[in-house]
Design a protein around this ligand. Structure first.
Ligand code: SAH
Ligand code: MG
Length: 212
């Protein structure tokens, strides 16, 4: 929790809850320690998505398919989502959940390491959601920018990583490299001439980058 607990508790009990399959997936994620987006991040994505109305979305880090199913809710009619996941067990779970949601024709899971997959993709996207290995965001960035439409949105999750990114006092030794890399990533997207970036301290930290 990177925000005051009382603020988080209040926000979580005030914002709209999901229903149906998404609630079930939230429960599954909690019980099985799958790091899905936090509820307040889900609401932020939903607001931005409703404003943007993306036709094509790319997600890096599918896990059980929770955020991808949520994002399908604001896709333009006939829109498509490509989502990348390297962990075979998660790919299988996501496939099953996407089928249950009736979204097999909308969401395309690409199994493989994002670094390899991104280099092979050559499409344009209106929204790119980065939610995978935190130490690799800088490597993903050039590929993401190559495929992000002008006026598109790059949303990066977990950018404050339990607060460690903001202060050395919280950094545990084995996370030092990841934290350093995340700081470099934030410096890149904040100073990139094609991007206008805002860092929002909700959930585990979310960065919003608008492609000018
Ligand atoms: N976006 C999901 C949660 C993703 S958790 C949601 O909110 O519902 C992060 C996922 O990214 C994990 O399942 C992990 O296996 C995957 N991942 C991490 N690094 C990756 C990489 N380099 N390539 C592909 N998948 C990766
Ligand atoms: Mg995340």
């Amino acid at each position: 929790m990177i925000c005051y607990d009382y603020i988080n508790e209040y926000v979580r009990k005030t914002i709209r809850k999901n229903d149906g399959l998404l609630i079930e997936l939230e429960q599954f994620a909690l019980e099985n320690h799958v790091p899905i987006i936090h509820p307040e991040v889900g609401r932020l994505l939903t607001v931005l998505g409703n404003m943007k109305k993306p036709g094509r979305i790319l997600e890096v880090g599918t896990a059980i398919g929770y955020s991808t199913i949520l994002m399908a809710g604001f896709l333009q009619p006939g829109g498509r989502i490509d989502t990348i996941e390297r962990y075979e067990l998660m790919v299988e779970r996501a496939k099953a959940n996407i089928k249950r949601a009736g979204l097999e024709d909308t969401i395309n899971i690409i199994a493989g390491d994002a670094f390899e997959v991104l280099r092979c993709l050559d499409k344009k996207y209106d929204l790119i959601f980065l939610d995978a290995a935190k130490g690799q965001y800088s490597e993903f960035l050039p590929e993401c920018l190559r495929m992000l439409n002008q006026g598109g949105l790059l949303i990066s999750d977990n950018v404050l990583y339990k607060g460690m990114v903001a202060t050395d006092e919280l950094v545990v030794r084995r996370k030092k490299t990841i934290v350093r890399r995340m700081r470099d990533y934030l410096d890149s997207i904040c100073n990139h001439e094609q991007l206008e970036t805002s860092i929002i301290p909700i959930g585990d930290g979310v960065a919003l980058s608008y492609r000018k």
